[in-house]
Design a binder for this molecule. Structure first.
Ligand SMILES: [Zn+2]
Length: 113
């Protein structure tokens, strides 16, 4: 499962920060996941539930913010679309559109103890 390796690398980042800060425990991990990143939120939650126990992140709260898709046409500006309708050309002028949001996959912040 894709999400398992993502959760593992997020935890690796967190453990690395913990070491740098001489902390003992991870309290909270805040993540941003783009709607278009291909990450299934439920699967990611599940992956953390599997990987956290017995680690320094065992009691950590995982907060996941889903960043909505945002698409811009170079001629018409921002375009309203949904993931299902997205086809990378502008519905008004057929120009190639740019994805300006929704591909995120990042750790926003960590709370250490
Ligand atoms: Zn357009």
């Amino acid at each position: 499962m894709h999400e398992m390796s993502i959760a593992q690398s997020v935890l690796d980042i967190a453990f690395g920060e913990m070491e740098k800060n001489a902390a003992k425990e991870i309290r909270k991990i805040k993540l941003s996941i783009g709607e278009f990143s291909g990450v299934v939120r439920e699967a990611l939650d599940f992956a953390f539930d599997v990987l956290k126990p017995g680690t320094a992140a065992g009691d950590a709260e995982i907060e996941i913010e889903v960043v909505p898709l945002s698409v811009v046409c170079p001629a018409c500006g921002p375009i309203e679309t949904t993931l299902g309708d997205l086809n990378f050309v502008c519905p008004h002028c057929d120009a190639a559109v740019r994805l300006t949001g929704g591909r995120e996959m990042r750790v926003d912040y960590l709370e250490l103890d």
